[in-house]
Design a protein around this ligand. Structure first.
Ligand code: IPE
Ligand code: IPE
Ligand code: MG
Length: 239
């Protein structure tokens, strides 16, 4: 039997640079087009039954890029966060983030906090933006929080379960993604949702992120629906 539509999809939005290069444009225009693609996709995905979407916008490793490119990406993040804030009366998205926001500028941190606050009771798609996000960093911070709680006598070592660890990650409260999509063909996770994707299905497409459309999303969901998810068990009728 086909799997249901995934409730949570993670997207590694890769290929903005290659898209720009192909068109002889500066990389930042690739990021600009990538943001437009996401904006359109979120609107087109309404009503499909997908409840949570987590998008990888900026990784803990992306600070290795040039100052120009980083400030271009941060400017686009600010622009879209403010756009969603301005449009909030007409929008039903709930916006969240994962990642260590303390490394972002104070005004960006404030804008994100403000958008999270105004959108927290909305019932449309729950959009989580991964900003200055790295799974290893997220797990490290979770371990630090847990260790502090043990030190303070609020937890026993034996209270540390898989569920407790999940609850200390930035993604606490959001179910694990059933499907992770990566555009632009790279066969790696690049530090995205390592803990949460233990049993996610991966879908890799060669499409560059700025060219990704709702039909590509539907193809990814169809492929997911035909996967045999075994979770370490056996689905065939036992003989
Ligand atoms: C993804 O596109 C966006 C970010 C990493 C911020 P890239 O900028 O990585 O695009 P490519 O991989 O160079 O084509
Ligand atoms: C992953 O893409 C990060 C984002 C899409 C934000 P990268 O382009 O940074 O990943 P690598 O360098 O190819 O692994
Ligand atoms: Mg890339």
């Amino acid at each position: 039997m086909a799997n249901a539509v995934p409730k949570h999809i993670g997207i590694i939005m890769d290929g903005n640079g290659r898209w720009a290069k192909k068109k002889h444009l500066p990389r930042v225009l690739g990021h600009q087009q990538g943001a437009k693609t996401l904006d359109k996709l979120l609107n087109d995905a309404r009503g499909m039954g997908v409840e949570h979407i987590t998008v990888y916008a900026f990784s803990t490793e992306n600070w290795k890029r040039t100052e120009d490119e980083i400030s271009g990406i941060m400017g686009i993040l600010r622009e879209y966060i403010n756009k969603y804030f301005r449009d909030y009366a007409n929008s039903d998205f709930r916006v969240d983030s994962v990642g260590d926001l303390t490394a972002l500028t104070e005004d960006l941190q404030r804008d994100i906090a403000r958008l999270k606050e105004v959108s927290k009771d909305r019932t449309g798609i729950h959009l989580t933006i991964a900003m200055n996000y790295g799974s290893r960093d997220e797990i490290k911070r979770a371990v630090q929080k847990i260790a502090q709680e043990v030190k303070d006598g609020k937890l026993e070592v034996s209270d540390i379960t898989e569920e407790l660890i999940s609850d200390h990650l930035d993604s606490a409260g959001t179910p694990d993604p059933e499907l992770i999509i990566r555009t632009s063909g790279e066969l790696r996770t690049s530090n995205f949702l390592l803990w949460q994707s233990a049993y996610s299905e991966y879908y890799i497409t060669d499409k560059l992120w700025p060219d990704f459309t709702i039909d590509d999303l539907k193809d990814a969901i169809k492929a997911y629906q035909n996967r045999d998810r075994r979770f370490g068990g056996r689905n065939e009728v036992s003989k």
